[in-house]
Write a protein that binds this ligand. Structure first.
Ligand SMILES: C[S@@+](CC[C@H](N)C(=O)[O-])C[C@H]1O[C@@H](n2cnc3c(N)ncnc32)[C@H](O)[C@@H]1O
Length: 218
């Protein structure tokens, strides 16, 4: 965890994109959202995708370890916010958006009662294998039944380059979300030509996959 805080302090945030993720735009309808619904963004960083969700008329709840990330999010997008302390979290609240600064694994389900959907870009794949199992179990525990999750993953030969982001293949996604979720892969393609770091390291392929998970609770 200190590693992430340090990355933010040193500005080593190579995953951050200043534009909306094209897969969010392409597949947002799979979340079956209505205007005013709330989307949970775990491990949210200062993702510009949260601005896109707000612009589409949704509310956002995020959780992020780094206060620097959250403050940069509000400042860079010219959003006004207030700060409050609740238990082990610092709450940053703007119009239609609440970002919890603290540990995802400490987040209680009472906080996510109003959530209809989850958007995971670079959250699951940011975690090492043991934490990924814990992440999926905790997600199941904290989100309401009937929630849909738009999950973006990467898969590449892990022996050729180290993470994060870590390689997560379809079998792992299916296994992680086998309890209580229906899992559908929406798309998967090799994007090695656009991934310079991986190309330069001689990695054979990098598959980018999109999934829609549905928490049925059964
Ligand atoms: C790879 S970044 C992705 C950020 C964002 N999802 C995006 O697409 O830009 C992962 C983020 O998760 C945060 N993080 C890591 N572990 C966390 C935890 N246990 N609780 C909350 N945030 C965490 C890090 O500080 C980092 O900002």
């Amino acid at each position: 965890m200190t590693d992430w805080i340090q990355r933010w302090q040193e500005g080593k945030i190579g995953w951050h994109r200043a534009q909306v993720n094209s897969k969010l735009v392409e597949f947002i309808t799979c979340l079956k959202l209505k205007q005013g619904d709330t989307v949970f963004v775990p491990l949210c960083g200062k993702s510009y995708d949260m601005v896109y969700l707000l612009e589409q008329g949704f509310k956002v709840i995020g959780v992020e370890l780094s206060s620097l990330a959250i403050e940069q999010f509000f400042d860079e997008n010219n959003l006004v916010f207030t700060i409050n302390q609740i238990d082990q979290f610092t709450l940053y609240q703007g119009e239609n958006i609440t970002l919890y600064c603290g540990d995802y694994f400490a987040l209680d389900k009472s906080v996510l009662k109003s959530v209809s959907a989850v958007y995971d870009r670079a959250a699951l794949v940011a975690l090492a294998v043991d934490l990924r199992a814990k992440y999926a179990q905790h997600l199941y525990f904290i989100i309401p039944n009937d929630c849909r999750v738009l999950l973006l993953t990467l898969n590449y030969p892990q022996s050729q380059i180290s993470g994060p982001p870590f390689a997560v293949d379809e079998d792992e996604v299916v296994s992680l979300f086998s309890k209580g979720f229906k899992c559908q892969q929406l798309q998967c393609f090799d994007d090695i030509k656009n991934e310079l770091k991986f190309l330069r390291a001689g990695v054979d392929f990098i598959q980018k996959a999109t999934y829609c998970l549905h928490k049925t609770g059964a």
